[in-house]
Design a protein. Structure first.
Length: 221
């Protein structure tokens, strides 16, 4: 049976959860303009799995109408009771480069206790490449959650602000080698004379992956 807008709409209106989830997947087979129209109802579905799947597709479908997508994603970011859906909304705001939501993301980071929400917000700020993010990323560096801290290191690298280098320098001795590896990548993106001595130290790291990445960066600069 071929997938049509009508068949997808029928599944979206079904009381069966499996039907609605299947409809979300089938939207990928439709014309993006039609897919965007259909996804709008699904983002408010009563089931969080449906809402999550629907919101996650806005990273591509949202290009159809960025202003409307901004409103939809802001609403889910602020009001959805499910942290996974809020995190998906943050991810899509970053993918669509919707800088207008910066203050919404900042406020939610400061009020949410959910690590997945905080992680997605910090990762999104890297995609934004917005200079306003520096202070929030600085705060995230001291997060108790290692994944949030690592995301902050990566996002500071993507931000491209050389003021980040002295903030990142202490992590050259972090006990977690994955943090040091991300640090090398961040410093490689930032570049500059202040990054070089830190990279030279990391080129002698006891973990081969870290040392190799640092040596590669020094060779390329």
């Amino acid at each position: 049976m071929s997938v049509t807008p009508e068949s997808v709409k029928q599944l979206l209106n079904s009381e069966d959860l499996g039907d609605r989830l299947r409809a979300i997947n089938q939207i990928r087979q439709l014309d993006p303009a039609m897919g965007f129209e259909l996804i709008q109802n699904a983002v408010n579905d009563s089931n969080s799995r449906v809402r999550y799947s629907a919101v996650s597709q806005l990273d591509t479908l949202g290009q159809q109408d960025l202003n409307l997508s901004l409103n939809i994603l802001r609403d889910r970011l602020r009001n959805d009771p499910e942290p996974d859906v809020q995190a998906a909304a943050a991810d899509c705001l970053g993918a669509l480069k919707l800088h207008e939501a910066f203050e919404d993301l900042q406020q939610l980071y400061q009020t949410s206790n959910e690590w997945i929400v905080q992680f997605s917000i910090i990762a999104t700020l890297g995609e934004f490449n917005d200079p306003r993010a520096l202070e929030l990323l600085k705060t995230a560096l001291s997060s108790d959650n290692d994944l949030v801290k690592t995301a902050a290191i990566s996002s500071l690298g993507e931000l491209g602000d050389l003021q980040a280098i002295p903030l990142l320098a202490p992590y050259a001795t972090d006990p977690d080698w994955q943090v040091r590896y991300r640090l090398v990548q961040a410093l490689s993106r930032l570049g500059g004379t202040d990054a070089k001595p830190i990279l030279e130290t990391l080129a002698n790291d006891e973990v081969e992956a870290v040392a190799t990445e640092a040596k590669k960066s020094l060779t390329e600069t």
